[in-house]
Structures are given as C-alpha cells and as structure tokens.
Ligand binder design. Structure first.
Ligand code: NAI
Ligand code: 15L
Length: 265
C-alpha cells in the first residue's frame, strides 16, 4: 500500500472515478482541483490548487509518493487556456516533483497526440506524433517534459495515451479506443508497483479486438487489461448509426478532434 497518492484534476470525470477506486490502495489520497471537490472522507486531503501557480503546485506535491496527473484542459480550447493549464501546469508539476523527492508520475496523455493517423493504421509507441488539435500538441509537450526530467534527473513517469475512458464504449470508434475504468485502475497500480518504470509510454486501451495500438514494449510492467470493447459491440451497433467512412469520426484515430477549428476565444 502506498502512503499518499496525489490525484490532480480530481473533480473531473476520471478523477471522481479514481477517488473511489484508488482509496483502498493508499493510506491517504490527496485530491486537488480548481473546481469544488465536495466533502473530504476520512482518508482524504482536499487541496484547491490552480496548476498554473508554481508555488501552490510545489506545496501540493509535498510528502506524496505517487501522482496521477489528470488536471488540465481535456478537450480542444483556445491556446491561452491550454497554455496555462497544460503547458505551464505540467512544467510546474515536474519542477515540484524534482523538489519533492521524485514521486512516480502517471501523466494522462491522450490519443490526440496521434489523432491524424487513419484508423486502418496500427501504431507503435515510437511512431511520430500526428496531433489533431492544440490540445493534442499540449499532451506532446507534457510527454516531452517527462522525457527531459527523466534523462536529466531520473524522474520516472508513465505517459498513458488514454483512448476513451468511460464506463462502456459509446460509439463505433470507441470499440477501438475504449479503456475501461477497471483496466485504468489496474494500469495505475501496475505502474506504481513496477520495480522499474523509467519513462514509458503506455497506450491506455483495454484488450479490444479492434484496437489500433501495440503495447508490447511495455510488457515489463506486467499490466494485462481484462476488458474488451467487443463485448459491447452488439449494443453499440444496435444503438449508434454507423458513420460514413469519410466522416472524420470513422476515418481518423482522433475522430471529431480532427474537425475542430483553432479556437480564438
Ligand atoms: P475533465 O475535464 O473531466 O477533468 C479535468 C479536471 O482538471 C477538471 O476537474 C478541471 O477542473 C481540472 N483543471 C482544469 N484546469 C485546471 C487548472 N488550471 N488547475 C487545476 N485543475 C484544473 O477530464 P477527464 O475526462 O477526467 O480526463 C482527465 C485527464 O485525462 C485529462 O488530462 C485528459 O486530458 C486526459 N484524458 C482523458 C480521456 C478520457 O477518455 N476521459 C482520454 C484521454 C486523455
Ligand atoms: C480525450 O483526450 C478527451 O480528454 C476525452 O474527453 C475524449 O474525447 C477522449 O480523448 C477520446 O478521444 O475519446
């Protein structure tokens, strides 16, 4: 059992889920966000913190032995918003980790780092980036900061390029991109318990028959996802019309993000 896990972005969709599911795995969960986190349970510490505030982030990481970094802008937005939360926020996080004894970090990266690959392509973690949005670019920045701090200081991180982490796959694309909640939790614990982590990219996907991404390079982590979106395929096919094959949602791995404009406001 870990002593103290910090979850940033703990008021968000994945943060709320992990708040419940990681509770048995640490003596204390430190939960942080700019949004309201509600009432603290017995094993919880709640900290309101803007990730763009370097001094606050420095204090946030004190006495943490592991970090799940979910906080930030999670969809396409204008550059100013992305810059504050996802660029400065990640820099602040890694500087704080350097000052606070190098807790292991799980960085919530995204499939939108490679979203302009077409869906008939199969990717390795080492394939070049093809971001589909400024949001995707910001996740590439985060991965690069993690790599820098590993090579320069030995900071260990898992760069989890999450596909679509939802209770169940909701559309045809998610039959390939789905990461179940339970598989995300087992991945987090595999990363925190691995004897060696380094700075490792992991595709955040369940064992989907229709998956696009090769995780063989990360087999040393001992993570075996148990869920498979194929078990939900009949329901998705019955409930969601099949998109036209020229529709971005059926053509590109990043789906609708490839259709986003560059937002100015
Ligand atoms: P979310 O948008 O529900 O949660 C993000 C949280 O970050 C929010 O509670 C928000 O208040 C907080 N936040 C935003 N700016 C902040 C700032 N400046 N300082 C402190 N906190 C700030 O996102 P979700 O779905 O829970 O995703 C969590 C992480 O995983 C995000 O980083 C997202 O990019 C990444 N991800 C999620 C995927 C998914 O399927 N849900 C897929 C790929 C990546
Ligand atoms: C992401 O990176 C987003 O944070 C999430 O909201 C979903 O859009 C997900 O990717 C996806 O591609 O399904």
């Amino acid at each position: 059992m870990l002593n103290r896990i910090l979850i940033t972005g703990a008021a968000g969709q994945l943060g709320a889920m992990l708040r419940e599911k990681l509770a048995p795995h640490a003596r204390v969960l430190r939960l942080s966000d700019i949004s309201d986190l509600g009432q603290a349970a017995a094993n919880e510490e709640l900290v309101t913190c803007d990730l763009s505030d370097g001094a606050a982030v420095h204090d946030l990481l004190a006495d943490c032995d592991a970090v799940v970094h979910l906080g930030g802008i999670s969809v396409e937005k204008n550059f100013d918003l992305i810059e504050a939360a996802n660029l400065r926020g990640v820099y602040n996080l890694y500087e704080a980790a350097r000052a606070q004894g190098f807790p292991r970090i799980i960085f919530a990266s995204s499939n939108h780092t490679i979203g302009y690959y077409e869906q008939n392509q199969r990717l390795k973690h080492s394939d070049p980036f093809r971001p589909d949005s400024l949001y995707g670019v910001s996740k590439i920045f985060g991965e690069a900061v993690a790599s820098l701090y590993h090579d320069k200081f030995g900071q260990e991180s898992a760069l989890v390029r999450i596909g679509s982490c939802t209770p169940a796959p909701e559309n045809w694309r998610m039959l390939s991109t789905w990461l179940s909640h339970d598989d995300f939790v087992s991945l987090i614990m595999a990363v925190f318990n691995a004897p060696r982590l380094g700075c490792t990219v992991v595709w955040g996907q369940s064992a989907n028959d229709a998956g696009w991404w090769d995780n063989s390079h990360a087999a040393f982590l001992g993570w075996t996802p148990k869920d498979n979106a194929a078990r939900h395929a009949a329901q998705v096919h019955a409930q969601v019309p099949r998109p036209d094959r020229d529709d971005p949602v059926a053509r590109y791995q990043g789906g609708v993000f490839t259709d986003e404009p560059i937002h100015k406001t």
